[in-house]
Design a binder for this molecule. Structure first.
Ligand code: ADP
Ligand code: ZN
Length: 516
């Protein structure tokens, strides 16, 4: 049977999606892999299909006990014998599964990482007595401090390659930037792993940021465009989800709250009714949505600023799984930034806080962009994208665009002349030929000194921010960042690439407000 036939026979799908086929082949060749695919992309098939084809057992590590049952039920319905072992089961249930494992009757076993190495069960020793064919590590970013969801128990997974040196390992995640990805590979000790990175572009989602002024009124205006649509509205606190749900009900909307503090019965009921379209709007904390697979969510609104891009991307990604046009709207305010900064400081230790603050900073930059938001999101996941997507608020706005090639060339030459050792303020003064005594005498002799005198300070600052956002230059160093060139800027200097900039203006906030 070919993998294609097996895909149809066991899972009922006619075609592979994204890179599923290449990944399955790679794993079947018993090689290690790292899979980066957006939520809903179809990661499960990448290890479930090899699992049914391999002779022995596939061990699946997953952090969320609550989701294991759903996965196992779904496999059992397809006639694949899968099971999980966790603390929610009785001793008898666990013994039964152990018996079946010994008889080689189970194809996939789901486990939480702590279970594998905990001293009383030492499940790892038992697994070594079985024929294990494959190990899959779901939500692999949990192993990295750099990720947004670090779980210390994941660090123990480093022991897997020691216990099973010759068994292929496939690590999967929906959210990992470059450093997190490298960290995952290092920590898991994968053996010459191949990385499979799928596109993160959700073309049917329109991204929009609005300054938060009177967010309830703004929200109601937005909802008028979405009278009968399903949507999720995220709030930072449990209390605000309840307050907002009540306020929306008073306006005649079918809305219910969802957060981790609600009784399980109420939560299940609200979720269930939302899935069946009996409730149109769920007002939730980020506790809502993990493992939810509702295809016709037409909008996702963030009433408050998310803590990082990964979370934002994942939450907005719950819109438009059916491929139809959908909206992501976020209300942005500086007060939220300050609030989250103070949370980040108390929540973690110093190193952890620093990472959280950096991630928050990336989130803030996203909100303040004057360049394509999609391009920024994709760049965050190391993916190249055109400068204009045509479906985010920036690209749809009537900001006037100019050919910024010469502006960019002037800036890049100045950065080069100053040996990539100066920050924005100094460069702007230098470009404008400032007589300021802070500018070194030797620099005043350079040919590039004063070549940007035609632009104001504010204009230069905006263009520099845009050029950073577009990836031509980057900042390095803390707390005194200096500007550095990237390979992209070399092409501009050589005249091989043109640069588009949004014509400088100072009234952006008000213009964005009118969109809502
Ligand atoms: P992820 O784990 O990446 O979030 P899942 O593995 O849960 O994604 O798959 C998301 C959805 O896509 C599921 O409903 C699944 O049934 C469906 N799916 C996955 N692969 C295919 C495929 N090849 N053809 C059609 N549907 C698929
Ligand atoms: Zn865009």
């Amino acid at each position: 049977m070919t993998t294609h036939e097996a895909l149809h026979k066991y899972f009922g799908y006619r075609e592979f999606r994204h890179e599923q086929e290449a990944i399955v082949d790679h794993v079947l060749n018993q090689k290690d892999a790292m899979v980066l695919m957006p939520t809903g992309g179809g990661k499960s098939i990448c290890y479930q299909l090899p699992a049914v084809i391999f002779d022995g057992l596939t061990v699946v590590i997953s952090p969320l006990i609550a989701l294991m049952k759903d996965q196992v039920d779904a496999l059992n319905i397809n006639g694949i014998n899968a099971a999980f072992l966790n603390s929610s089961q009785s001793d008898n249930e666990q013994r039964e599964i152990i018996k079946q494992l010994k008889a080689n009757q189970i194809k996939l076993l789901y486990l939480a990482p702590e279970r594998l190495f905990s001293s009383e069960s030492r499940l790892i020793d038992f697994l070594k007595t079985l024929k294990v064919s494959l190990i899959a590590i779901d939500e692999a970013h949990c192993i990295s401090h750099w990720g947004h969801d670090f779980r210390p128990e994941y660090l123990m997974l480093a022991g897997l390659k020691i216990a099973f040196p010759n068994i292929p390992v496939i690590a999967l995640t929906a959210t990992a930037d470059k450093i997190t990805r490298k960290d995952i590979l290092d920590k898991l000790n994968l053996n010459q792993p191949r990385e499979f990175v799928s596109s993160f572009d959700r073309k049917n989602i329109n991204y929009r940021i609005a300054p938060k002024k009177n967010s309830f009124t703004q929200l109601i205006a937005f909802l008028k465009e979405h009278q009968d649509d399903s949507g999720i509205i995220y709030c930072l606190s449990r209390q605000s989800t309840e307050d907002l749900a009540t306020a929306l009900q008073a306006q005649g909307y079918s809305a219910q709250a969802y957060h981790a503090g609600l009784e399980k019965k109420i939560k299940d009921q609200n979720q269930e009714r939302f899935l069946r379209d009996e409730i149109k709007i769920i007002v939730a904390t980020i506790a809502f949505g993990m493992g939810i697979n509702k295809s016709n969510v037409r909008f996702v609104v963030h009433m408050d600023l998310p803590k990082n891009i990964e979370g934002y991307y994942q939450e907005t990604g719950r819109a438009g799984r059916d491929g139809l046009p959908s909206k992501a709207l976020l209300f942005y305010s500086y007060a939220d930034v300050q609030k989250l900064q103070s949370f980040a400081r108390v929540e973690g230790n110093e190193a952890q806080s620093k990472i959280m603050l950096k991630k928050l900073d990336d989130m803030v930059r996203f909100c303040q962009l004057q360049t394509c938001r999609r391009q920024y999101l994709l760049k965050y996941f190391d993916e190249d994208a055109p400068a204009n997507c045509g479906s985010c608020d920036v690209c749809l706005s009537d900001y006037e665009r100019i050919d910024g090639t010469i502006i960019a060339q002037k800036l890049f030459s100045a950065i080069t002349r100053l040996n990539e050792s100066f920050g924005i303020t100094y460069l702007v003064d230098f470009l404008r030929g400032s007589k300021n005594e802070k500018i070194r005498e030797a620099h005043k002799q350079l040919k590039t000194y004063g070549i940007g005198a035609d632009l104001s300070k504010a204009e230069w600052q905006q263009y520099i921010r845009e050029l950073i956002a577009q990836g031509f230059i980057r900042t390095e160093g803390d707390p005194y960042p200096v500007l550095k060139l990237t390979p992209q800027s070399a092409e501009v200097l050589k005249g091989q690439k043109k640069v588009q900039l949004i014509k400088s203006q100072t009234v952006h906030e008000e213009q964005v407000a009118e969109v809502v």
